[in-house]
Design a protein around this ligand. Structure first.
Ligand SMILES: [Zn+2]
Length: 252
C-alpha cells in the first residue's frame, strides 16, 4: 500500500519526497498559486470536506484541472460530496443527492481533462455513500464512465465508522464492481487502516495529519534559537512530525 502524506507547504512537500513518500496537497492550498508548490510530483485533494464544512461551494473541475496542470501532478481527485451526517446537515441535501453530485463531477472531470488534453488516467474518481447499498449505487455509476481499467478510485466517508468490518465490506464491495481500479482510501487511520491495507492501492493521512502537525506548530520542539516559543514553520519540526507520522503508519 502507498501512503500519501498530507502537506500544506513547499517545505513539507520536499521533506516528504526526501523521505521517499508522495505528498497530497489540498486544492484549497493551491487555488490562488500561479506557480507549482514544488517541482516534486504531488497528489491533489479537492479540499471538499473543508469547503462543505464551511458552506463554501465545491471547487469546479475546470479549476482543479488548471491547478493540476500548473503543478507536477500524478493524481487529482474529483470534487466530491461526502456523506457523513455532519456534512449532510451542512448541505441540507440527502445521501442520494451527494452521490449524484459526486458522479456528475467525476463525469465532468473526465470531460474537462479530455478537452484540455490533461491525461484522464491522472483523474482520481470518487465513490461516496453511507450504507453498503449506497456504495453499490455510486460504484455502478462510476463504472459507466471510467476511462482506464486501472484508474484511481477514491472511497470517501470511510473514516467515520465504528466497525472495521464495515469498512472492509465497503472496500470489498467497490472492488467487486470495479475490479481493476486502484483503490484509494480517504482519511482511514489506525487499526482500521491495518485492517484494509492489503485490499487497497493507497491511503492518505490528510484528514488526521493536520491535527498532529497542529500539536507541533504551536509549541517549541527543536533546539533552534530562532524558534522562540513555537516551531511554526521550522524544518526540524516538520521532520520530527513526518518521522512520527511514518512510525505510526508503519506500526499499522
Ligand atoms: Zn523549531
Amino acid at each position: 500500500m502507498r501512503m500519501i502524506l498530507g502537506a500544506s507547504t513547499k517545505k513539507h512537500v520536499e521533506k516528504i519526497n526526501q523521505l521517499g513518500y508522495t505528498a497530497m496537497v489540498s486544492f484549497n492550498t493551491l487555488e490562488f498559486r500561479k506557480s507549482p508548490i514544488s517541482s516534486h510530483t504531488i497528489w491533489i485533494d479537492s479540499g471538499s470536506f473543508t469547503r462543505l464544512s464551511s458552506h463554501k461551494p465545491l471547487a469546479t473541475p475546470e479549476k482543479l484541472i488548471r491547478v493540476a496542470q500548473i503543478n507536477n501532478t500524478e493524481i487529482v481527485f474529483t470534487p466530491d460530496a461526502m456523506c457523513e451526517p455532519q456534512i449532510i446537515e451542512k448541505t441540507g441535501l440527502d445521501v442520494d443527492e451527494h452521490i449524484r453530485i459526486t458522479h456528475e463531477n467525476n463525469k465532468y472531470m473526465l470531460e474537462v481533462a479530455e478537452k484540455v488534453n490533461f491525461p484522464t488516467e491522472k483523474i482520481g474518481l470518487v465513490v461516496q455513500g453511507w450504507t453498503v447499498k449506497d456504495y453499490i449505487k455510486s460504484a455502478n455509476l462510476c463504472k459507466t464512465i471510467i476511462k482506464n481499467p486501472n484508474q484511481i478510485v477514491g472511497i470517501g466517508t470511510l473514516c467515520r465508522r465504528h466497525s472495521f468490518s464495515e469498512i472492509g465490506e465497503i472496500v470489498d464491495t467497490v472492488k467487486s464492481i470495479l475490479p481493476q481500479a486502484r483503490i484509494h482510501a480517504f482519511g482511514v487511520k489506525g487499526p482500521a487502516l491495518a485492517y484494509i491495507k492489503s485490499k487497497i492501492y493507497s491511503a492518505d493521512s490528510f484528514a488526521w495529519a493536520f491535527h498532529r502537525f497542529g500539536d507541533f506548530r504551536y509549541q517549541k520542539i527543536c533546539q533552534k534559537t530562532d524558534c522562540k516559543t513555537k516551531c511554526n514553520n521550522c524544518t526540524i519540526a516538520i521532520e520530527i512530525w513526518i518521522n512520527s507520522l511514518i512510525k505510526t503508519i508503519n506500526g499499522f
